[in-house]
Design a protein around this ligand. Structure first.
Ligand code: SF4
Length: 690
């Protein structure tokens, strides 16, 4: 590495790898970072190829003309203030991103909830882990991942549910691979309707029927009871709802999983007789109309056996984005307050309002992502600010989202790129600094807070998101509340606020970081929360109970099997969307690296030979995929990796990169009724040759 290298954190997935980066584009894994111990995946190691300024937004733009910051921010502040005064605070909305740093997220959340006075702030993290949040809160009374990455290496059995870890969280997969190489007795089970790159590591791959997860884990719960493997002491002391959960689980029928009885018996036997089990789950669980129930079915099994929070065991929600966790911590979702406090608890709201010296406080949940854009379409939102995300590509029913944004009288977008599908729909574009140009913190999937550090000059007139938001807050009339001079000041305020976690008996507490000097903040090493002012930091949760419901117990929930779908002859195939190994989100950064494009050069339709024959499709044909919402045209890739009746399409391609492959235009806006997370893996589609 060069003398100018800085330790920073990868901007892509929720593993949160440490990176050594230099202004000349030299990139290496950080050996000292606990998430990756020097490893990087293809995306992380290509970061140096994505640092050029081609296509960047370098100055504010109003309509098609360049504007100065003062003119642009006065316009934003005036229009947001006017909308709130004329139509009420709920006519204003922010749609933000798990790409934001914690400091950005914190200021956005403070501005809209405490000063504008609405909870209409939601995030693209809603698409990624909202069902896990809801499942955690239902079971634990708090949104907390109990374990650590080292649990994968000390477990005797790792069960991966709805997770293509090899492509979506590659460094964690590398760690699992390495652990299995050293200890071949470490068993890996992959539960996924598709056979993916991850399945190659598996001792057992269960090609489950789509959405069969809750039934499978209900069967497991009844098997644990039948074999008398319930931890009766743990359940008696730390769990409620056991009998009702078991009674409902007993209604599960093995046939609903689509598994043959031998495979099913193998899985049940392995889980039952292995104490050190980690069950990792990801988007295949979360992105479903019954995602929260699936999460709770998994948590039920760990709670019944007390296999939680101890080394090498526990449920583990693997989040998609680099700072989805930081967003959860600051309360940057429509139904959350900051620091794991409750938006619907008056005492919590009052305490936050007091600490912010805020004139008001949102007192009811705001609109979740899909609802928010529905409200835009109905004309209920008068001013909308989109930050660091591209919902015209990434949200379901994406054409309707574009129309909804255009229907809002005043729209702003903060982004690093000048031309995006969403940017084409808004009135004002504000240039943000990107990875390497900005500084702050992110939290990865194991609750580890890491620094992103600046190592590049600021391009053009770009500014950090927190800085833009604070400037708008001052122009709206709150100069003291948004008088931040640095990201370190924002972080210290957030850390001070987290004393409320302690006051109200919540788990999120980083008050031990509230007095960091600027130099200490800059040098902050990767730090797992909680970090209280007194007492132990980091570690695992719930080994001895200590849950956050009022009775101190966890809740097991009765989980019913999802209703089976009626066959649809017009649209006979189920569309499953997801990621490819070498691209990230809507490709604005990874699309710059030619070697990443070489892995999968174009959007494609992965289809079983039986479905291809039924639709008259051959390998390399172009196929039109249509739903009730839209269509896309994709290259056919025939493979038995996908089950018959289910096709897979990657979600990265945009209209700007490929005019036909924007698959979220096809995806139905169905959501989980508890979490509001879109069911991005279950749209009924028709196929035809083009
Ligand atoms: Fe970045 Fe995730 Fe790859 Fe790590 S695994 S280098 S965080 S994309």
């Amino acid at each position: 590495m060069t003398d100018q290298s800085v330790c920073t954190t990868c901007p892509y997935c929720g593993v949160g790898c440490g990176v050594l980066a230099s202004p000349d584009g030299t990139i290496a894994g950080d050996l000292a970072h606990p998430a990756n111990l020097g490893r990087l995946c293809s995306k992380g190691s290509a970061l140096g190829e994505t640092l050029d300024l081609e296509g960047r937004l370098l100055a504010p733009q109003i309509g098609n003309r360049r504007a100065g910051w003062d003119e642009a921010l006065d316009l934003v502040a005036n229009r947001f203030r006017a909308a709130a005064e004329t139509h009420g605070p709920d006519s204003v909305a922010f749609y933000v991103s798990g790409q934001l740093l914690t400091e950005d997220y914190y200021v956005a959340n403070k501005l809209i909830k405490g000063f504008i006075g609405t909870a209409n702030i939601d995030t693209n993290s809603r698409l990624c882990m909202a069902s896990s949040v809801a499942g955690h809160k239902r079971a634990f009374g708090t949104d907390t991942v109990p374990g650590q990455y080292t649990d994968f290496e000390t477990a005797e059995l790792v069960v991966l549910v709805g997770s293509n870890l090899a492509w979506c969280h590659p460094v964690l997969f590398q760690r699992l691979q390495a652990a299995k190489a050293v200890r071949p007795e470490l068993k890996v089970v992959v539960i996924d309707p598709r056979r993916t790159a991850t399945s190659q590591l598996a001792d057992l791959h269960l090609g489950l029927r789509p959405d069969g997860d809750a039934v499978l884990f209900n069967l497991l719960l009844t098997e644990l009871v039948r074999r008398d493997l319930v931890d009766r002491r743990y359940v008696a002391e730390a769990v409620s709802g056991f009998d009702a959960a078991v009674a409902e689980a007993e209604r599960a029928e093995a046939a609903q999983t689509g598994l043959d009885s031998f495979e099913l018996a193998q899985f049940l036997d392995l889980w039952c007789r292995t104490e050190k089990v980690v069950t990792l789950y990801s988007q295949g669980v979360n992105q479903s109309a019954c995602g929260t129930d699936k999460v709770n079915a998994i948590l039920n099994c760990h709670l019944a056996t007390g296999r939680i929070g101890r080394p090498g065991m526990g449920p583990f929600s693997m989040t998609g984005q680099p700072n989805a966790m930081g967003g959860r911590e600051v309360g940057g979702l429509a139904n959350m307050l900051t620091c794991h406090l409750d938006l619907e608890n008056a005492a919590h709201r009052d305490a936050v309002q007091q600490m912010w010296s805020a004139p008001t406080m949102a007192d009811k949940p705001g609109l979740k992502a899909v609802e928010l854009f529905d409200a835009c379409a109905r004309g209920e939102i008068k001013a909308l600010w989109i930050m660091s995300t591209n919902p015209v590509v990434s949200l379901p029913d994406a054409d309707a989202v574009a129309a909804a944004i255009r229907a809002v009288p005043f729209t702003v977008m903060t982004d690093i790129m000048a031309d995006t599908d969403t940017g084409r729909c808004v009135d004002v574009l504000l240039p943000a600094t990107g990875w390497g140009e900005k500084s702050g913190t992110v939290t990865n999937s194991e609750r580890c807070i890491s620094r992103q550090r600046r190592f590049l000059p600021t391009p053009g007139e770009a500014r950090a998101d927190w800085n833009i938001l604070a400037d708008v807050g001052r122009r709206m009339g709150w100069p003291e509340a948004f008088d931040y001079r640095s990201e370190a000041e924002v972080f210290r305020e957030f850390a001070r606020l987290s004393t409320l976690g302690h006051t109200f008996g919540k788990d999120f507490d980083i008050s031990g970081l509230a007095d960091l000097t600027d130099a200490e903040y800059d040098a902050l090493p990767p730090t797992v929360w909680p970090v209280p002012t007194e007492g132990p930091s980091g570690g695992r949760f719930f080994a001895d109970g200590g849950f956050y419901h009022p009775d101190g117990k966890a809740k097991m929930l009765p989980i019913a099997a999802p209703a089976s779908e009626a066959p649809n002859t017009a649209r006979p195939v189920r569309l499953n969307t997801g990621r490819v190994r070498d691209q990230w989100h809507t490709m604005t950064r990874t699309g710059k690296a030619p070697r990443l494009g070489a892995h999968m050069a174009e959007p494609y339709l992965e289809i079983h030979p039986g479905d291809a024959a039924a639709a008259g499709l051959s390998d390399a044909d172009l196929a039109k995929v249509s739903s009730a919402h839209g269509s896309a045209i994709l290259r056919v890739m025939i493979t038995d990796r996908s089950q018959q009746g289910s096709v897979f399409v990657p979600m990265h391609w945009t209209d700007i990169v490929s005019s036909t492959g924007r698959i979220n235009a096809v995806v139905a806006p169905t959501t989980d009724p508890v979490s509001g997370q879109p069911a991005s893996k279950g749209t009924a589609v028709a196929l035809e040759q083009v």
